[in-house]
Design a protein around this ligand. Structure first.
Ligand code: C2E
Ligand code: CA
Ligand code: CA
Ligand code: CA
Length: 284
């Protein structure tokens, strides 16, 4: 409702106070959430469109807040980064994802990777590689079934150190993907030097690929560049058959998006694995 000008200031300040209070409450809740076991993982498949196979599941964290309900990561990951909680939370995510993947393997599903997102702050932790190695050992998971998704922004701090860290992860056999590719600050000359396996085309270029010439040009450039650097390329945020067609005409082999599946619970993953036929993929 519209208020008179006089009251507007009041409304404004009180809502600012409310925002600050809300942030503080959320901060406290978030600190407790890890001990209380309130986080859970959803999984979204990555599909090889030629074979129709699921090659990987990306783990995406959610927060089951006791009063608010399911909170999406965009609403708490930035805060978790600000207060440093991202480090223990990230370790929890890694462990839970590895444990889940291991259990799918023990159920005799065809082996797939599980992908875990690492924000730059997590990635740049001094003992990060040791932590990853330890979690893999403790969960008894072969490193080649782990994929790490990092953004180009990990290179903003120290390129040489980042390359060194990526090399160490690569030597363990971990698959590295550059997430949200095209939206960050990396220069193309770095990409050539990076020991990585996959470029992930950001969904902002995918969503209008069939209507916006600029987006189509960027997607085309990324796909061609990946090919000439002998990197895999995957498109994220694929929602329509038109987008799928355009991308497959450009010879993009892997895709992820609502067209195939939204992120789902671990239980729903087993249903996906049992009965997956993607109707719009012409196979043969
Ligand atoms: P992201 O890594 O770029 O993940 C893709 C996001 O797009 C996910 O949102 C996913 O649910 C959504 N998405 C997938 N397919 C489609 C589609 O076809 N259309 C549209 N419109 N959206 C699609 P979500 O799960 O809310 O995650 C948001 C972001 O939160 C992630 O973006 C990632 O940056 C961050 N995040 C999620 N889990 C973790 C985590 O465990 N650790 C860290 N550090 N960050 C995480
Ligand atoms: Ca991601
Ligand atoms: Ca992404
Ligand atoms: Ca994103």
């Amino acid at each position: 409702a519209k208020e008179q000008g006089r009251n507007r200031y009041h409304l404004y300040t009180s809502s600012m106070d409310e925002q600050a209070l809300q942030r503080l409450t959320m901060e406290n809740d978030l600190r407790r959430a890890l001990q209380n076991g309130e986080f859970l993982l959803y999984y979204q498949p990555k599909i090889n469109i030629t074979s129709g196979r699921i090659v990987c599941f990306e783990a995406l964290v959610r927060w089951q807040h006791p009063e608010i309900g399911l909170v999406s990561p965009n609403q708490f990951i930035p805060l978790a980064e600000d207060i440093g909680l991202i480090v223990p939370l990230g370790q929890w995510v890694l462990r839970a994802a590895c444990r889940q993947n291991k259990s799918w393997q023990e159920m005799n599903y065809p082996p797939m990777r599980v992908a875990v997102n690492f924000s730059p702050k997590q990635f740049l932790q001094p003992m990060m590689v040791n932590m990853v190695e330890q979690v893999l050992a403790e969960e008894d998971m072969d490193p080649r079934w782990l994929e790490m998704e990092v953004t180009e922004n990990v290179m903003l701090q120290n390129v040489d150190k980042t390359i060194d860290t990526l090399n160490r992860l690569n030597n363990l056999g971990i698959h590295i993907s550059i997430d949200d590719f095209g939206t960050g600050y990396s220069s193309l000359s770095y990409i050539k030097k990076l020991p990585i396996q996959t470029l992930k085309i950001d969904q902002s270029f995918v969503s209008d690929i069939d209507t916006n010439k600029d987006d189509a040009a960027i997607a085309t450039a990324v796909i061609n560049m990946a090919r000439s650097l002998r990197l895999n390329v995957i498109a994220e945020g694929v929602e329509t058959v038109e987008q799928l067609k355009m991308l497959s005409d450009l010879d993009c082999q892997e895709m992820q998006g609502y067209l195939f599946s939204k992120p789902v619970s671990a239980e729903e993953v087993t249903h996906l694995l049992k009965s997956t036929e993607w109707p719009y993929l012409a196979m043969g």
